[in-house]
Design a protein around this ligand. Sequence first.
Ligand code: PMP
Length: 405
Amino acid sequence: MSFDVAAIRQQFPILSQQIDGKPLVYLDNAATTQKPQAVIDALVDFYTKCNANVHRGAHHLSDEATRRYERAREQVAGFINAGSREEVIWTSGTTEGINLVARGLAERLQAGDEVVVTEMEHHANLVTWQQACLHSGATLRIAPIFDNGELDIETFKASLGPNTRMVAFPHVSNALGTVNPVKELTAMAKAYGALVLVDGAQGIAHGGVDVQALGCDFYAFSGHKLFGPTGIGVLWGKKAVLEDWPVWLTGGEMIADVTYQEATWGVLPNRLEAGTPNIAGAIGLGAAVDWFNTLDLAAVQAHESLLIESAMEQASQIAGMRLIGTAPKKVGILSFVMEKAHPADIGFILDRQGIAIRTGDNCAQPLMNRLGINGTARASFSLYNTLDEVSAFFAGLRKAQTMLG
Ligand code: PMP
């Protein structure tokens, strides 16, 4: 299989539009990815033909909705090589998945216990653990990074110990693009018997995640960063760990028996999924996974590497542009600051040229402080971006530089 970016782009209707008469150049993929027609069709088909609640009805529509919804769970389980479908818990996104784990763990943490995260966390994987520690009396340790955005692995290792209960870190940093050596870090944590949660929000979109091979206990991600809908995500966990995990939301669907006085919990995956789920979202994510599986993963990764290498090369030729995040192992995220130009102004001028990027603190305020900056401008690439778009971005940036003086 080869990689035909033009053919891929044709499957994304949103990409062919013009913004103020200029072709859209969408470089905000780390925030959310666009949706292929196959995903849009799956959503429309569900609402057109079989919208009903799942697991409940003794009627045709409910049976068909349940069949599609549970099939999506199997598609996702296969995609990440989960041990079984029960290990795939639907959430609203990465944030909820991390909260599910942190709230549960907080019930078991006590003073003297330690949780380790890194300096490169998104707020979702920092504030959540801050709260868990605050409520339980445990201590939060922050493993440092080097100035290039790479994790300082020796110090990370030194911050682990016999009191470490949980180690949580991103597969890929949304602000820096750094790819962390998940297996290696997990093995270090496991040497102390700690649980490991990987924030996979950015790691999942590049394909090839095998949760069993990583060795972690939890892997959380969002459907919308994987060409699927918003409002649906996945918490993968090892079955033995999830089976015993404190329930987070209570209500319908997750119970076994209920009296006016008490209740017992059902079995996985439902015991961690109270209430009516995002049925259409799950089906849409299943379609996204099916669509992604039609691609040649090696070709996708080669194409994405080409984009970031070209971007890094072109960035090196722009005076006054400083890249934030230059770790040797990095995916298609180009965060930067420019002399004499505020990120928000750069974003505004690029937007006038149809170029969409993100500006601000990247939901990582402590990381920005650590790096001595207020925020960045960030272009993030996906498999449907082209080398021409990378060049259009740099042409736009030069224009912004001229205008901002
Ligand atoms: N972690 C990382 C690394 C992210 O990039 C994001 C999304 N920007 C999140 C967590 C949170 O994802 P969501 O908002 O979809 O829950």
